[in-house]
Design a protein. Sequence first.
Length: 601
Amino acid sequence: MRQISVLPPEVVEKIAAGEVVERPASVAKELIENALDAMASSIRVEILSGGRKSIRVIDDGSGMSKENLELSVLPHATSKITSADDLWNIATFGFRGEALSSIGAVSKLRIETKLTAQKILTGSSLLLEGGRLVALSPIGCPDGTSIEVSSLFYNVPARQKFLKSETVEYGHIAHVVSDFALSHPHVRFELWHDQKKHLSFTVEDDPSHRIARILGEKVSSNLMRLEEKGDGIALEGWISQVGHDVSHAKQIRFFVNARSIQDRLLHHALVSGYGDRLMKGRYPLAVLFVHIDPAKIDVNVHPTKREVRFEQSGAVYEFIRLSIRKHLDMGKVQVHCGESNIDRRNFFQTDSKNHFETVFGNGSCLLRPSGPPLNAETSRKDLRSHPIHASFEMNSSPQVQYSIVPLSKISSFRIIGQFLKTYILCEDESGALVIVDQHAVHERIGFEELKSQYEKSQIAVQALLLPQQFQMSTRDLAVLEEHREYLEKAGFEFELFGHETMLVKAVPALLADRDVVSLFSTLASEFEEKEKAESIEKIMDQLFSLIACHRQLRGGDHLSLLEMEALLKEMQRLQITHCPHGRPLVARLEKSEIERRLRRV
């Protein structure tokens, strides 16, 4: 066994730096936090090559004296706390005294600073390389502080090789700047990339203006204002209206005492507040600010300070959940449903492919409910007024067993109707109940159609008569540009205007009549979260799955009998049993199981 030894200081510093500095965006975050703690009213971020070459943050804050500058780069040197008790009442962003020391250990760090409170002509300059002080001298400079970090990870090659492309790293920095812009509307922010101004946020009295700027006018128009106060806690911000949800949680932003936080408890409370207003796998959009006594939270959980612990987590959870529910109830939308009046018939007597395209068109569907509308909320209340649960003892019989249906049996189905506007209910020749997931079937049909066109090099593309122009976050645009090759292979044609606007000129024909804004947001999220697949085939399959999911029938779409017939017939023709994500399309509930649950046997 090898002998235990004490690590040398330079190794300890690099280990500590690895906890704080993950990528260029981590550096930008730490430096902006220092600027805000110095009471800056204007912060300018300049980066080269996505931050891989250099990151510079310039502020008009209080600045530092020569003595404080020299101390600022030492490990655990800070002006924010003086005792252990201060850790439980932190009102600043930085406090651990790790940022500059950790950054300096893995980069070349230059600081120029001058005190604003004293009318002096010169400031001080410090140069640090790999944690080693190279120079400390007087210098003529403006009030405030300028910190430049260059050659990040130059002395840790193993970390440097894991950095992403310039485009991706720039996107992460843009997201960090946007987060600070949201939580500090009274501070001016600028982001320059390769000597070009990409983002500029002027001082705002109304935070909603920055919401619209960062999320886009179209997205922000579907948000509702929320304000709620509780015992020692307050919640304010914006949440999406019911029906305006997305397939990823990336557009949920929480700030606790103006600090951007990634917290599962807060996310779960938000989603729980929406309850059954959200389909499985769907998420709301939200920008929410939690204000709470600093003594009631612990922000010292992680070196990056992206996590917090609440003293009364259960109370915080319930406050947020109930606040969300209350405001959604105040602004809820009435839902209607309809009943088809088309006669039942044998739908396997016509050609399946032609029949499917006749009903659904070439890749798009227009669903028109017929018959008088029925108030869904009233119907639910009527059902709930009867004590149906009293008739069942959950442990009195075995758990319901479902089975997968052989494709050869589909032709024997008799359609009963549509359930919850999500499932097609059928009866097979043995009297069993067959449940078909209309959402999953339509998604798989679209996937197979796109894949077939791609394999034949015949992706059907629809040029848009009026190209769709919309705003997206700089981070999302960077990710989409990184995957342009695959998007063009799938039939998309788009251009980037400036650093926040996309212009879509053409789309796959399957999406010709669909709003592509939410699709591009989903694509950016999926591409960012997953590493590139091993082959182009896997990447294209993933892309086709996302496109098919976007154009599919949704849970909640009314289907006529004709449309239900067409879906089942196309399902049999293509011999498909699972959706692109692997979920079964059909389940079968035996007649005997139904009779047992109803105590008939």
